[in-house]
Design a protein around this ligand. Structure first.
Ligand code: MAN
Length: 351
């Protein structure tokens, strides 16, 4: 196992205390999993902000949105026999699963890619409508032909699916509803059409036969997706034995589309790996790393809201043709940065 990431010495770049909560009575529990893009000569993060009320010793409480957009606080006594709270991320109550936090997306920008601030005049992006009442999460931002495509996890009591919004100026957004229904997440649209079609990686989950695998699909308009193919599966007795999911949009290289993905084992330890797809026929996998290329090792990756997690859904390819800067969520609580060398990833891929 070789961790080939060069972490920023300034990590963590952002912690929950760095931003104000979105409303009274709420506090930020986690800042994580930013989508990343360049706009107006700056580096931008579309960060996931996960909030809940301050927790008391006798209740668990968490916000949900109503279908018309008001925030409602659910409060359940910790000694209620119908309550199960074994996972920091999920509450099970009377047989129904809720999230312990409600996530929205917030824009931050930076001149140097290290110090980020909330710019004035930009709105927060909240869940809207009946399919986003438990929030919106983990947004991938793809820039295709002058438009930004935002693919994010949309959560509600109906399930976890992929929502799409588009924008050209980050002030006005068009909502395209749910493009991939439950259970699906980790959707990243390629930043270039291939043979005239949009392509996307996505991660449906099959509860019976099948598993948590990475799929590829194509679309004429980025809204209607078809020709789905399963391309990357979990591997038993491996670091990615329980689930795999795409990171941000694949990076075009001379050897193929390079994708950095996350994999988790049965203990919910999340590492990063990489795979390479054919440039013309992207459903063809050319290579995949055996070992992870980044493993939770730093304190801010090992302990936090949900420890042993490195999760990325945003990166910037450098101008030198070799460096990739990833931004990632550490321990589901902090935003961090790291560099990779494409050449070193190729070596790990054996190409
Ligand atoms: C999992 C985790 C959480 C996330 C939910 C819903 O439990 O990835 O972080 O909030 O799924 O997407």
């Amino acid at each position: 196992m070789r961790d080939i990431a060069r972490r920023f010495p300034q990590n963590p770049l952002l912690s929950p205390a760095d931003l104000p909560a979105s409303g009274e009575g709420l506090h930020i529990a986690c800042l994580l999993n930013p989508g990343v893009f360049k706009y107006d000569n700056k580096v931008w993060l579309l960060v996931r902000v996960a909030e809940r009320p301050e927790q008391s010793e006798v209740h668990v409480s968490f916000p949900i949105l109503t279908a018309t957009g008001e925030t409602q606080i659910m409060e359940i006594a910790l000694n209620d026999a119908d309550l199960i709270t074994t996972d920091a991320r999920v509450v099970r109550y009377k047989g129904i699963d809720y999230l312990t936090t409600l996530s929205h997306l917030r824009l931050l920008c930076s001149d140097d890619g290290i110090k980020f601030y909330e710019p004035e005049g930009y709105h927060k992006l909240f869940g809207a409508g009946p399919l986003q009442t438990f929030g919106i999460e983990d947004c991938r931002v793809s820039f295709i032909e002058d438009k930004y495509y935002l693919t994010f996890t949309a959560v509600s009591d109906s399930g976890v699916g992929v929502g799409l919004r588009t924008t050209t100026d980050w002030k006005n957004f068009e909502s395209n509803g749910m493009i991939l229904p439950p259970h699906n997440k980790d959707c990243a649209i390629f930043e270039e059409k291939i043979n005239g079609m949009f392509y996307a990686l996505h991660r449906p989950s099959s509860v019976d036969i099948g598993g948590n695998y990475i799929w590829i699909a194509q679309s004429p308009d980025a809204i209607h997706w078809g020709n789905h193919k399963c391309i990357i599966k979990t591997r038993s007795n491996s670091w990615d034995s329980a689930r795999v999911g795409a990171g941000a949009a694949p990076i075009k290289t001379e050897k193929g589309w390079l994708e950095i993905y996350h994999g988790a084992n049965l203990e919910n330890h999340y590492c990063l790996g990489a795979f390479l797809l054919d440039l013309n026929e992207p459903s063809r996998v050319i290579a995949r790393t055996d070992a992870p290329i980044m493993i939770p090792t730093e304190t801010y990756e090992l302990s936090g809201f949900f420890g042993h997690v490195i999760f990325t859904n945003g990166h910037l390819p450098g101008d030198d043709g070799d460096t990739i800067t990833i931004y990632y969520g550490a321990a589901d609580e902090f935003v961090c940065g790291a560099h990779f060398s494409i050449k070193e990833i190729f070596t790990a891929l054996g190409v």
